[in-house]
Design a protein around this ligand. Structure first.
Ligand code: PLP
Length: 230
């Protein structure tokens, strides 16, 4: 099968999984957006998904992403940065992306807001939470999330949209980590009331169904759309 047809078929299959699971979990009339994670796949793979109707793409590695954004400019793609963010990367992220899902400290959020060009609308941000307190994983601790959310809500060139996590597969066997992120999401809503608060970014190829059961509004899918990565 051609790459275009394979990607188109995979996207249709994922959309069916999403719809089936929304119904199963009682979320009738609700939607979960599909973010196609294209890291380590070439621009031609993104083009194939775009031709099949996909518009939201997620990238982890800045240089690779900037290359693809340049190759594909002129298309109405919504670019999401989902990889770890160091201070020296905030400017190109602020200039070239519509979303950043992986904000985990105030300095990063502040720099992105400061560096967001005035010609563009405010950037959409999610706070990445290290929901299972794994020592080697990026993300802020659950405990410090509310304070960071309050800080982000004050930034003039950013819209804080919600929370993101990458759980530990062991701790999340029955969706416990997703449930924790959802209740933290509700806590922020009650205590801070951020005006654009609507996003739970969770669920990957292996745990999409579990994430939808626990309220995911954006699922980030790579392998099941584009195949394995090198
Ligand atoms: C790579 C990646 C994904 C996609 O993972 P798959 O298992 O390939 O679906 C989702 N989210 C983040 C943050 C990633 O780094």
């Amino acid at each position: 099968m051609s790459q275009n047809n394979q990607v188109r078929q995979n996207l249709q299959h994922i959309q069916q999984r999403i719809e089936t699971q929304l119904k199963k979990s009682g979320r009738t009339d609700d939607i979960a957006h599909l973010l196609a994670v294209s890291k380590k796949h070439p621009s031609s793979a993104i083009q194939a998904a775009y031709t099949a109707g996909q518009r939201d793409f997620g990238e982890n590695y800045l240089q690779e992403a900037l290359h693809k954004i340049n190759v594909l400019k002129g298309n109405d793609i919504v670019w999401h940065f989902i990889g770890p963010i160091q201070s020296n990367k905030t400017k190109p992220i602020a200039e070239h992306f519509h979303w950043a899902h992986s904000v985990d400290r105030s300095k990063i959020a502040q720099r992105i807001s400061d560096q967001r060009p005035s010609s563009l609308p405010p950037i959409n941000l999610c706070i990445q939470v290290n929901i299972d307190d794994e020592p080697s994983k990026s993300g802020i601790s659950s405990h410090d999330t509310i304070a960071l959310a309050e800080y982000c809500t004050s930034l003039p060139r950013a819209r804080l949209r919600g929370l993101m996590c990458i759980p530990s597969p062991e701790d999340n066997k029955h969706g416990q980590s997703f449930a924790k992120l959802h209740s933290l999401f509700n806590e922020v809503a009650e205590q801070i009331k951020p005006p654009y608060w609507d996003t739970l970014s969770m669920g990957m190829s292996a745990d999409l169904e579990l994430a939808i059961d626990h309220g995911a509004t954006i699922v980030r899918i790579g392998t099941d759309i584009f195949g394995p990565r090198q």
